[in-house]
Design a protein around this ligand. Sequence first.
Ligand code: NAP
Length: 295
Amino acid sequence: MTDRIGFIGLGIMGRPMALNLIKAGFALAVHARRAESMQPLAAAGALTCASPAEVARHSDVILTMVSDTPDVEAVILGPDGVIEGLQPGAAVVDLSTISPSVTRSIAERLREQGVEMLDAPVSGGEVGAIQATLSIMVGGAAPTFARVRPLFDAMGRNIVHIGGNGAGQVCKSCNQILVGATIAGVAEALLLAQAAGADPAKVREALLGGFASSRVLEIHGQRMIDQDFEPGFKARLHQKDMRIVMETAQELGLALPSAAMIAQYLNALVGRGLEETDSAAIYRVLQAINAREAL
Ligand code: NAP
């Protein structure tokens, strides 16, 4: 593959994913809002760029990994955005988790310029990003998916083309309902164990061998037992994802009670100033609800 690759957004996820592309032999042009975020990439041989437009001028495939829907709109369509530097025949791949409907409208806008876009949100957390074992759920045209597949292979393991533009983001919403509901379930189970006098660490160990086993019980359960909520996946980003889920549910007139409950736990967490903690700290919200002080 001779495509030149651009990468924009070098946070917890973007930095290791970009490094894995370099490790796999791709030449990268990168941009991050804060110059210091680009240093590890520059040290690994990437070309650093002053804006998303400059990245696009140097690239055939441009990947974005920023925070929220307005950030992707700004980076791709805004002033000095990718759209200002696009080369003929380029492709844009958004790896961030954002709104499916806005994704479809950005893709439409890029198609008017003759540029195809894929939405390719990921799951697997920082560990998956570092180890290149991410699940990648892709929406967009099949030929573009085939073109970009070698990049996905360098960053992930379970790569599924779900359907047209926005379908990857819909899949990610489904993922976040399951992850959030499982975090809340694990938190309730460990709180019950603690309150009823059973060692939560032993309970986790036993459950990991049975039908209740999950990656969330393994990883987030351990975080709850250790009371260690270093992110990981920041509560404010999980809150954002549940907002996207609820917006989509509202657009479709769909009742998703469990998703709504998770969104409320995350509101409480962020409202308590814990937006930068790992979303496993939902445990802390349930702990607070169950505190034994007189009401
Ligand atoms: P993060 O550590 O906060 O990184 C986000 C990066 O995007 C930062 O470098 C930030 O720049 C940059 N950015 C945000 N808005 C921007 C804008 N308007 N213009 C330019 N740069 C901008 O977040 P992350 O954990 O890497 O998450 C990135 C995306 O992946 C999110 O959509 C998240 O939901 C998704 N995701 C995260 C995980 C996880 O476990 N962390 C797992 C799966 C998916 P600054 O540093 O200057 O703020």
